[in-house]
Design a protein around this ligand. Structure first.
Ligand code: 6GU
Length: 225
């Protein structure tokens, strides 16, 4: 998978791609992430990328010319299976979206900023408008990093058996059960006996019951209630 990200603040999201799982995925050649500074396509000697919105709504909007120029220069190199725009008024991102998008080859993410981007860019290019939750961020960059992480970790070969995505919360519409590691007793607090019993079937049943109870308690909406 290749992810291209268009942003006015590339420095804001460089580091997540330079550590841990996302770094290793790129080193293994399984994923590539490329950041593109929109200011390189800015207008005039000040490389302007934004302007006041028509109609008087306070706040700056990214102008169409730099975005069209940037997107078209990327499209000249490859075609995109999805062009995502990160925006709080988009569809709320969930694990099903991540699973589907993780199967794609070339993904372009346009980071919203200020009051957003000119609607003509959305109408002309964007295939997916995505929000990562019901709260407002200063810009779409952190959302783009979140989405990229969620996609890349699902690509076969990125995670090993111990970190397998198959046991993630949400993969079966259940939250993950509690987990324990050594020592079996710490400051008088013990690990549930079943987990140290070596009885695989009983452990699986316990995990499922715990996952169900936790989901019931915290996220009954996932159980359709
Ligand atoms: Cl994608 N962008 C911004 N600016 N805020 C958000 C968001 C995106 N998702 C939730 N809040």
């Amino acid at each position: 998978m290749r992810i291209d990200i268009i942003t006015v603040l590339p420095e804001l999201i460089r580091s997540p791609f330079e550590a841990s799982i996302l770094k290793r995925a790129q080193q293994k050649g399984i994923a590539e992430v490329h950041l593109h500074d929109l200011k390189a396509f800015g207008m005039g000697k000040h490389k302007q990328v934004d302007d006041y919105s028509f109609g008087g709504n306070a706040g700056m909007v990214l102008r169409p010319e730099p975005l069209f120029a940037c997107i078209e220069s990327l499209q000249a190199e490859r075609s995109y299976d999805a062009i995502i725009y990160t925006t709080p008024d988009g569809k709320r991102f969930d694990q099903k979206d991540a699973n589907q998008l993780s199967l794609l080859g070339n993904v372009l993410i346009i980071c919203g900023h200020y009051k957003g981007i000119d609607q003509r860019v959305r109408d002309h290019f964007v295939t997916h408008e995505i929000s990562i939750g019901d709260y407002v961020l200063s810009g779409g960059e952190l959302a783009a990093a979140v989405i990229s992480d969620a996609l890349i970790r699902l690509i076969p070969g990125v995670l090993n058996d111990e970190t397998s995505a198959l046991t993630d919360s949400f993969q079966d519409d259940l939250l993950a059960p509690p987990v324990y590691t050594r020592p079996a007793e710490f400051r008088g607090m013990t690990v549930p006996d079943v987990l140290t019993s070596g009885h695989a079937k009983k452990i699986e049943e316990w995990n499922h019951a715990q996952a169900l109870a936790r989901t019931q308690e915290r996220r009954p909406d996932l159980l359709g209630e």
